[in-house]
Design a protein around this ligand. Structure first.
Ligand SMILES: *Cc1c(COP(=O)(O)O)cnc(C)c1O
Length: 399
């Protein structure tokens, strides 16, 4: 197989890398990226097979951990992210779990921001302790809280920023420094910012994870995830876990993601422009108690956003007056925007975290995170911004 553009070529801008980076061509010189639906590979001799398995000659071995379509997706993402290496996984949660499990052993300790995607919080709070890994959850905005939570046995710090669903923003460079001073690694879940608007590795994080299910596919078709970091990080903490435990991405889904990446910049830019217009149209509305959008100057962490993000996001969080009843009337009044829990899709989607993604938390835990019963999270899609605004304003009339 031969490469299209060398992945080491740093001169191309992100939009160009999204279309070309990582492409491999077989002997047929196919124009579009090949889909290698194969579990394994045939060898010309027993000796060649032995050498390949021993890693003495390069080449693919078994699709649980090596496949040309997975390589293309991983290399394209690595080029976009500015990472030396990447490994794809079956889902975003497989990426988070693999990255964390690869960093800890019994007796270790993890510190994480308490505002987390529901399943990430379960992994850290409920599952890691079963293996003797303790955790402390902190207010991610409070740098002193991160610092105070670190113990001599802390090996990993974890955050998502902007957070789901409250869109709080945390200082990646400052938390990375706290991690490194303690000899720990920082893992950042960068789903809400996308690789286009925030580069955690450049800010000092050791590892970035994505649910590729979101903007990277961006068309609601398949699930997937990816873990990125230095070659050393991936080899020391990720490669063996994936190779031996198998949370692997299907080549078919990798191919969908690869083609999704080609349009990522165009989609995310338009979705973000739509979100910005909608946020401005809704801010200050009489039926809305509070609106948070990372692209607005009134965001509570606007200074951190200015320092580390290149764009807002296609997500807006706002609190409908009247609690759950008000929120449900609003949701049921929408004609265009779909009620569901996905995000980053071409279609505009809205979710009510209290009764879906964050229903596992107690009302007190939700209150502490700022997830009120009236809170909704909107993912702006590719429709015309005026149609979205009209739909939202129409539904607010029903509250
Ligand atoms: C969706 C999501 C995940 C989990 O991804 P899946 O692909 O659904 O497993 C993790 N973190 C964040 C921030 C997410 O939005």
């Amino acid at each position: 197989m031969s490469a299209d553009t060398p992945k080491s070529d740093k001169s191309y801008r992100p939009e160009t890398r999204l279309v070309h980076a990582g492409t491999l061509r077989s002997q047929f010189n196919e124009m579009s990226e090949g889909l290698f639906l194969t579990q394994g590979y045939i060898y010309e001799s027993a000796e060649a097979c032995e050498a390949r398995f021993a890693g003495k000659i390069p080449g693919y071995v078994y699709s649980r951990y090596s496949n040309p379509t997975l390589s293309m997706f991983e290399d394209r993402m690595a080029a976009l992210e500015g990472a030396e290496a990447a490994r794809s996984t079956a889902t975003g949660m497989a990426a988070v779990t693999t990255a964390l499990m690869g960093l800890v052993k019994a007796g270790d300790h993890v510190v994480a921001a308490k505002a987390l995607f529901g399943s990430c919080r379960w992994v850290i709070e409920d599952w890691l302790p079963r293996f003797g890994v303790a955790s402390t959850l902190v207010d991610g905005k409070d740098l002193k809280a991160w610092q105070d939570a670190v113990r001599p046995n802390t090996t990993a710090l974890f955050m998502e920023t902007p957070t789901n669903p409250t869109l709080e923003v945390y200082d990646i460079a400052a938390v990375a420094k706290i991690a490194h001073d303690a000899g720990a690694k920082l893992v950042v879940d960068n789903v809400f910012a996308t690789p286009l608007f925030q580069s955690p590795l450049a800010l000092g994080a050791d590892c970035v994870v994505y649910s590729a299910t979101k903007h990277i596919d961006g068309q609601g078709r398949v699930l997937g995830g990816i873990i990125l970091g230095s070659e050393k990080f991936i080899m020391d903490h990720v490669h063996q876990v994936i190779r031996q435990t198998g949370p692997s991405l299907s080549p078919f889904n990798a191919w969908i993601m690869l083609k999704g990446l080609e349009t990522l910049a165009v989609r995310v830019e338009r979705q973000t422009a739509n979100a910005a217009k909608v946020a401005d149209a809704l801010a200050g509305h009489g039926k809305i108690a509070r609106l948070v959008y990372p692209g607005r100057a009134d965001h509570p962490q606007a200074a951190v956003i200015k320092k580390q993000m290149r764009g807002g996001s296609n997500l807006i969080a706002f609190e409908i007056k009247g609690g759950k009843e008000g929120a449900f009337r609003f949701l049921n009044g929408l004609k265009l925007i779909g009620i569901t829990n996905n995000l980053g899709d071409t279609k505009s989607l809205i979710t009510h975290p209290t009764t879906t993604t964050h229903q596992r938390l107690t009302p007190e835990q939700r209150a502490e995170l700022g997830i009120g019963d009236g809170l909704v999270r909107l993912s702006a899609g590719l429709e015309h911004a005026d149609d979205l605004t009209e739909d939202l304003l129409g539904a607010l009339e029903k509250v």
